[in-house]
Design a protein around this ligand. Structure first.
Ligand code: UDX
Length: 440
């Protein structure tokens, strides 16, 4: 295997994981960010993202001298202490949702303007961020360099298992107009032994959107089926298990919940609608999946209201609710676009007083939406004097809480489990009245 000199621009989830993992595969990697404090912390091996094995790989890379952190993209492309410039430059900067759901490429453009003059001939610039179809061509235009190639290499990692997903990928997708550049990027991953799709840039860019939108549709389908199960007296767990044994469907991504969220699915589904719109295609199937997801939050609020007041409409004023979990899923401290926070905001709007416990958060965690929630660091404090406990994130440790003790602490022993996480028998034995999703 060739050992390559690689620059990674951006040290968020995707950038830091890419940098640390490529270094662990033997490459020499310099990662850049615009935040000097972050660079100082990372250079000392301090990783502030909660991600299994990431800190370990960063420490190993630093100790082996294969991984370093610098301020600014230019310094990563032409490191002061290296004898040659980067051969491959990964762009892993944020592409937030801009006006009307179009991905905002401001950070990508700023980086390109900074590095174009210092790229060595034959450098390959790789887009790893999720970018609109056509960005590879636009990147080439912005670079204005005939001797540099651009490759699209979407990243499929999930938060909470980013390192595992990177090192054991289901597939590698690489797209470019330059076959040689695409093969050079694919070769970086050759040790991983994953199926590799070599294609044109537009197809590679579309794979990421297409996969995430498909997953979102799968989840909206399951949440809709859960509602139908309730009406028909069926059990969603048994229905999805029965469906999932069909190898064409598979068991994963079939759990109902308070709706899908996080930093990717909501953003990518909206962006895909825009992409379709600009191609004059009305993507009704996807639109319905997004609508179902919005409705899911209201459905959870209605369930809580029903459980607390006995009515599906009306107000929740005077109700005190204990929320278990606020992150968008378990094993992460990420609150971006968390369905739990969206549900919390709606409950608050209906007049409820909210207290919440999440194993990844502390009383002084700051995030938009947390101001109106009292975050406590002990689940018993979240149960004290509440009219209902609402399970919003599927943290496995919630299963083994002392449920009889929690029941004693509540004002009325009611649980609304939006993840079908807790064994109903455990709840019943502890004295709780219980509601979940799709358990007719
Ligand atoms: C997702 C994609 O999975 C990943 O491939 C892509 O690179 C980035 O976006 P991530 O945002 O980390 O990853 O979250 P994911 O694990 O996919 O979960 C997304 C949402 O779906 C969460 O809100 C989660 O709670 C929900 N979900 C997931 C369910 O409600 N039920 C399930 O069965 C699975």
């Amino acid at each position: 295997m060739f050992i390559r000199r690689i620059a990674v621009v951006g040290t968020g989830y995707v950038g830091l994981t890419t940098g640390a993992c490529l270094a662990s595969l033997g490459h020499r990697v310099v990662c850049a960010d615009v935040d000097p404090d972050k660079i100082a912390r990372l250079s000392r091996g301090e990783v502030d993202i909660l991600e299994p094995r990431l800190a370990e790989l960063v420490a190993e890379g630093l100790a082996a001298g294969r991984l370093s952190f610098v301020l600014g993209a230019k310094a990563a492309v032409v490191p002061a202490d290296a004898d040659s410039a980067a051969e491959i430059v990964f762009l892993c900067v944020p592409t937030p949702m801009g006006v009307g759901g179009v991905a905002d490429l401001g950070s990508v453009e700023a980086v390109l303007a900074e590095i174009t003059d210092v790229l060595a001939p034959d450098t390959v610039v790789v887009n790893k961020s999720t970018v609109p179809v056509g960005t590879a061509d636009r990147t080439l235009e912005l670079l204005g360099r005939e001797d540099v190639a651009v490759v699209s290499n979407p990243e499929f990692l999930r938060e909470g298992s980013a390192v595992e997903d990177f090192l054991k990928p289901d597939r590698i997708v690489v797209g470019s107009r330059s076959q040689d550049a695409a093969e050079r990027v694919a070769a970086l991953y050759s040790r991983l032994g994953a199926p590799t799709v070599l294609t044109d840039a537009a197809s590679a860019e579309l794979v990421k959107y297409s996969a995430n939108c498909f997953l979102a549709m799968k989840l909206s389908y399951v949440n809709a089926m859960a509602e139908l199960c309730e009406r028909l007296g069926a059990d969603i767990g048994d229905v999805t298990e029965g469906m999932g044994y069909d190898r064409r469907i598979g068991q994963s991504y079939l759990k109902p919940g308070p709706g899908w969220g996080g930093s990717c699915l909501p953003k990518d589904t909206r962006a895909m609608l825009q992409i379709a719109d600009s191609a004059d295609f009305e993507f009704r199937l996807l639109r319905a999946a997004i609508d179902t997801n919005e409705r899911q939050r209201q459905r959870i609020v209605d369930k809580v209201r029903q459980a607390v007041t006995g009515r599906r409409s009306g107000t929740l004023s005077h109700a005190r609710l204990g929320l278990l979990g606020l992150t968008f899923k378990a094993h992460t401290d990420d609150l971006r676009d968390s369905p739990a926070l969206a549900v919390a905001a709606m409950l608050r709007q209906d007049g409820a007083e909210l207290v919440a416990y999440d194993p990844a958060l502390s009383a002084d965690t700051a995030h938009p939406g947390l101001e109106s929630i009292s975050v406590v660091e002990d689940p018993e404090l979240a149960a004290k004097d509440v009219d209902a406990l609402v399970v919003l994130t599927e943290w496995p440790q919630f299963r083994s809480l002392d449920w009889p003790r929690l029941a004693e602490l509540t004002r009325q022993p009611v649980v609304v489990d939006t993840r079908n996480l807790i064994d109903p028998d455990v709840l019943a034995r502890a004295g709780f009245r219980w509601d979940g999703l799709g358990r007719g």
